[in-house]
Ligand binder design. Structure first.
Ligand code: AMP
Length: 471
């Protein structure tokens, strides 16, 4: 596992539980399928203790050709934390299948929405592109390339007109190093970048695909098309496309300019996701909605800092599991503060956001406060870290919510959290699994703060008490 982090810091990957027990112990799974993928099906499910609605993706182990590749997909998903990327809550495994418990999307595929609408107004297309580009920017800054961006891989969270859009599939995603050249041919004909077909490419293949999606959103058909896959791929290889006058005469020059910059043949000259997010077309048409940024955010950060270590971790688990409608205001604030749209906040962004909202006296210890909110020590505030520090107490002290969080820490399900379990969930195991004195001492301190009966472990009553206490 991972090396112990700096004191008081923890990793969130361990918060996605991997169980070998039966899925049906914790979830009622509906018979009717929501969809069918290459290796398995997706069904709606209800968490038996919290009533939370989820999507369960069932993958047959015998059908997956490369199970290690699939485990890599899960490992990538566990690491991701962005409002436009589907959340993975937990995984189950039995002798036949692996099950992924995911955030449930009820708004349908972007692909179907395009078929229904034909094409989108520029404003609507910009709102969608901003979300697609934000997710891609986030992935690229975390050194992950998606390699299969297409409208089928985006789902709307719900059926409202302004529903968020989420990337759902990471089946072809890979980690990369700066300057690394990839050679595996992956993708889907209409959307694949020419360099992928040449067998020599880098993460810029994703921004090409984003350009193809943007083109389709605005006219209803792809820039490179043909009757067969071979014909399509031939057009992609040449990389030449046109804006047919009849279909594009009412589309702005700014939109066409951004498409040209994304569909630039040479990946070195192609726009990055960050540049695209800053392009005037996105900036003008897809402005962040007004969010109630106020002094109370800083007060919340301050209160969060005063919490015990374990409570901070528990709040983070809870924040990770909250559904979007419960945290919609907080999400709006986060998006409004996230000036460059990369899905994380710097101290500078928070300072600017507060100043813009008219706050006169920015607290001098803001930077120190932010360091405490940055619970994984990455140097920036991630989405879930922000939510954890600003969650409303009324939401998080509900017993079922706390029980779901308790389950994450209580790995063996015996009703008590031990030091070993805590160490494992927080990613504080030492490199070789060897005994690490500092990490163990940290963990014991965390337990001691909460362990009222002094038995060295934490039961659910103690956990609930910790959540209800002011500190
Ligand atoms: P996949 O195996 O990821 O390609 O998923 C197959 C189909 O299941 C998709 O095309 C969606 O229609 C549906 N689906 C996948 N994930 C979800 C989800 N999180 N919520 C709702 N439906 C989903």
């Amino acid at each position: 596992m991972s090396s112990p982090g700096p004191e008081g810091k923890f990793k969130r990957e361990g918060f996605v539980i991997s169980s070998s027990g039966p899925l049906t112990k914790y979830y009622d799974v509906e018979q009717r399928k929501l969809g069918q993928g290459t290796y398995g099906s997706v069904s709606k499910a209800v968490n038996k203790s919290t009533g939370a609605l989820r999507a369960v993706k069932q993958i047959s182990k015998s059908q997956v050709k490369n199970i290690e590749r699939f485990r890599q997909e899960i490992a990538i998903m566990k690491q991701l934390d962005h409002p436009n990327i589907i959340k993975l809550f937990e995984t189950f495994e039995d002798h036949k299948n692996i099950y992924l418990v995911l955030e449930l999307c009820t708004g349908g595929e972007l692909f179907d929405r395009i078929i229904e609408e034909g094409y989108f107004t520029e404003k609507n297309a910009a709102v969608l592109m901003k979300q697609i580009l934000a997710a891609v920017y986030y992935l690229h800054s975390h050194k992950i390339v998606h390699r299969d961006l297409k409208p089928e891989n985006f789902l709307f969270l719900n059926k409202t007109p302004d529903s968020p859009l989420k990337i759902i599939d990471f089946g072809l995603a890979a980690r990369f190093e700066s300057g690394q050249v990839m050679t595996t041919k992956a993708g889907t004909p209409y959307y694949v970048a020419p360099q992928v077909l040449q067998g020599k490419y880098d993460y810029a293949c994703d921004t090409w695909s984003a350009g193809v999606i943007m083109y389709i959103l605005l006219c209803g058909y792809p820039p490179f098309h043909g009757d067969t896959d071979a014909e399509i791929l031939q057009k992609v290889k040449a990389g030449k496309f046109k804006f047919n006058e009849a279909d594009w005469k009412n589309v702005s020059g700014e939109a066409k300019d951004l498409i040209r910059k994304l569909l630039t043949f040479n990946p070195k000259d192609r726009y990055t996701a960050e540049q695209a997010l800053n392009h005037p077309w996105v900036q003008h048409l897809a402005q962040a909605s007004d969010a109630p940024i106020s002094r109370s955010i800083v007060d919340n950060f301050r209160a969060f800092r005063a919490q015990s270590q374990l409570k901070k971790a528990a709040l983070t688990v809870i924040a990770q599991q909250m559904s979007e409608n419960e945290i919609s205001t907080l999400k709006k604030i986060f998006m409004a503060l996230d000036k460059n749209g990369d899905g994380s906040l710097t101290v500078q962004e928070i300072r600017e956001g507060l100043t813009k909202a008219g706050l006169k006296d920015i607290p001098p210890d803001l930077e120190q406060l932010m360091k405490e909110v940055d619970s994984d020590g990455s140097g920036v505030i991630d989405y879930t870290e922000f939510l954890a520090a600003t969650l409303d107490k009324k939401l998080y002290i509900q017993e079922d919510v706390c029980w779901a969080a308790f389950r994450v820490f209580d790995i063996d399900g015996n009703g008590k959290i031990t030091a070993e379990e805590l160490q494992h969930v927080l990613g504080m195991d030492s490199v070789k699994g060897a005994f690490d004195n500092t990490a163990i001492a940290n963990i014991r301190d965390m337990i001691r703060e909460v362990d009222r009966d002094g038995d060295g472990e934490i039961d659910f009553d103690e956990f609930m008490k910790m959540m209800r206490d002011r500190k």
